[in-house]
Design a protein around this ligand. Structure first.
Ligand code: M6R
Length: 632
């Protein structure tokens, strides 16, 4: 969380910083700020709230600076007030720092610095950093190794060696007007290489409009950017040889293209995302009589063969996708599968099971808990070795992320950049990855017949058109339906089997963008407690598609109706029984039960979106949230 940007070169820095921050605002929007250096002065401007407040403050200000840093904040330590906004400076206001992450030992450093006479004017963990750098500039530690290159670089090196936690930093100083120092330790940081100009940012889209030559720093690295080039060092001071790589990117992907919100645009992109996944991972010429696998995941045999278990680590919506994945891996490929919250697993891992594939699922590839849990698992399995040796797989929308560097085998979900904080298209893309993976494993293990496989594949091929059909049929109706619920305070979502995760996802979507309290339950669990919540003020959304549990879910819905709950059904099209049961119908094509989550998720996404939009809320940037959760 938090986005940082930096620029050094020949153009006016301030505009470039603001444009970069616009792209990074998904990482936090509690406050924003920039600091630039020119003609021996540091100019710092900060504003509480969204970036637009900072832009308003900067309007009309002439700033010739060619060097600067910027920040958009998701508050961790200290309220979202201007005095806590980054950049933070040293006492003389000659040096400025922006940070993404958390400094865990900031209290002890603060005390140490206070004893030396430093005063603090914010409640943040970050403010220790400029003071610490200042201290090392004034009193370099005896083991200085980089002073010949730059006193600022060496002071930063000494300071970061004192910090514990996860952080990415960008630092500028009036006394070093040709240097931008950046640091990475467990929080992402990329450097862009232009012609006589260099950029840094927490995420590559902030750099891409200027250059596609990008170097991603690794943990424990510091870089010194000057108009002459980029030098990269380890925290020890050892110099590294590193070269940028070229990224492919299409700027059109981050435009709203006429939609009111990115979230709505991304909901509508889902048929296209599924098409791309099918084109990428399915052999279009596959014929059941070939006896070959139809799946083109290109994963090594050593990862997939002889598996006894799968464990999946994820957070939030990715965790919900993983629950669908568990269903598929167990029911299609016949492999016992365990899904864990990464944030729980990292402090209470299950005892090691042999021949286990560990899958990390993360849209951003930057979620701190997921990365830490995966790293821990990789390490403990490497130590154990033999049948317990790590078999790791990543499923992510950002193969160029930290996940992509941590894990050698990654399935890219091909959804394109997702801007709305609420995940939509990346969720269906994660489900597609699980369909392909479970089919590939089913093929290798002969868990289902090739004929059954052909049936599922044919069903997958129909999905883009069916998704379009649902979107077209429901958009207007769901918008109208949402009027009835704009004042509602509680919602219940129920589902069973492969659609239980869709109930969870529906509740999460509604909570995060409309701020309405919502719970998702396995429908059969309602009578064990949650049914006590129901009355005429609590609507129930039931995901009831034909298959093993259809009649059961209808009965559970009837039980809610008997308690006066208003019933909304995500149901098969043209189903008389459903028409009798529910007050409002959100019909989806009647497909193979295994494929149904791909369609049932659409109405719950639309319902959440329209309720939030109706309430006049900031759908794309809901309060207190950030798209990329890079702190614990
Ligand atoms: O990038 P990740 O998939 O690892 O993110 C995990 C969660 O933070 C994310 O899914 C979050 O729950 C979304 N806001 C859901 O819409």
């Amino acid at each position: 969380m938090c986005g940082i940007v930096g620029y050094i070169g020949t153009r006016a820095a301030s505009g470039i910083l603001i444009e970069g921050l616009k792209t990074l605002e998904y990482r936090g929007y509690d406050s924003a700020g920039v600091a630039t250096i020119s003609e021996g002065t540091l100019q710092r401007t900060r504003a509480k709230g969204k970036l637009i407040n900072l832009q308003t403050k900067l309007e009309g200000l002439e700033d010739p600076a060619r060097l600067g840093i910027g920040h958009t904040r998701w508050a961790t330590h200290g309220k979202p007030e201007e005095h806590n906004a980054h950049p933070h400076t040293d006492e003389s206001e000659r040096l400025a720092v922006v940070q993404n992450g958390i400094i865990e030992n900031y209290r002890e450093l603060r005390e140490e610095l206070k004893e030396k006479g430093y005063t603090f004017c914010s409640d943040t963990d970050t403010e220790v950093i400029p003071h610490l750098i200042d201290e090392y500039l004034k009193n370099p530690a005896p083991e200085a190794v980089l002073s010949a290159q730059s006193a600022l670089l060496e002071a930063v090196r000494q300071a970061v060696n004192r910090l514990r936690g996860a952080f990415a930093l960008a630092i500028v100083s009036v006394d070093f007007p040709d240097e931008l120092i950046v640091v990475r330790q467990q929080a992402p940081l990329a450097i862009g290489f232009g012609q006589g100009e260099f950029f840094c940012a927490s995420d590559t889209p902030a750099i891409m409009p200027y250059t596609q030559a990008v170097l991603t720093l690794e943990n424990g690295e510091i870089a010194r950017l000057t108009p002459m080039g980029v030098e990269v060092y380890e925290f020890s001071g050892h110099r590294l040889k590193k070269y940028p790589r070229t990224l492919n990117w299409n700027p059109i992907m981050v435009e709203k293209q006429g939609f009111k919100h990115f979230m709505l645009k991304e909901i509508y992109e889902q048929p296209g995302v599924v098409r791309t996944c099918l084109e990428t991972y399915l052999d279009t010429d596959w014929d059941v009589s070939s006896g070959e696998s139809p799946i083109k995941l290109d994963l090594p045999d050593a990862l997939l063969d002889g598996l006894q278990h799968v464990q999946i680590l994820a957070c939030g919506t990715s965790w919900h996708a993983s629950l669908v994945g568990k269903y598929l891996l167990e029911q299609v490929a016949g492999i016992p599968t365990f899904v864990q919250y990464a944030s729980e697993f990292r402090y209470a891992p299950a005892p090691l099971m042999p021949n286990t594939m560990t899958i990390g699922v993360t849209q951003s590839g930057e979620t701190a808990d997921t990365l830490a849990a995966l790293e821990m698992e990789q390490n403990r399995r490497t130590e154990q070795g033999g049948d317990y040796a790590p078999r790791m797989l990543g499923i992510t929308n950002r193969v160029d992320s930290s996940l992509g560097r941590l894990i050698p085998d990654v399935v890219g979900t091909m959804a394109g950049i997702e801007i709305g904080v609420a995940a939509t298209k990346t969720f269906v893309a994660q489900l597609m990855a699980f369909y392909f993976l479970s089919l590939e494993l089913a093929y290798r293990r002969k868990a289902i017949s090739l004929e059954r496989m052909a049936e599922i594949i044919e069903g997958l091929r129909q999905l883009p058109a069916q998704l379009e059909q649902v979107l077209e049929a429901q958009e207007r109706y769901v918008e109208e339906l949402s009027h009835d619920f704009s004042e509602t305070q509680d919602f219940i979502f129920i589902g069973r089997g492969i659609n239980y995760p869709i109930a969870l996802e529906g509740a999460l979507k509604l909570k995060e963008i409309s701020y309405i309290h919502a719970e998702g339950y396995p429908a059969g669990e309602m009578k064990h407690g949650p049914i006590a919540l129901l009355d005429e003020k609590v609507p129930v959304v039931a995901i009831a598609t034909r298959g093993t549990v259809y009649e059961k879910v209808l009965s559970n819905a009837q039980e809610a109706k008997a308690r006066d709950a208003q019933l909304i059904g995500v149901v098969p099209m043209n189903d008389a029984e459903a028409e009798e049961t529910f007050d409002s119908l959100l019909p989806v094509p009647d497909v193979d039960e295994l494929l149904s989550p791909m369609l049932t998720v659409i109405p719950v996404q639309l319902l959440s979106y329209h309720i939030a939009a109706r309430r006049g809320l900031d759908v794309d940037q809901p309060r207190n949230l950030a798209k990329s959760v890079t702190v614990e």
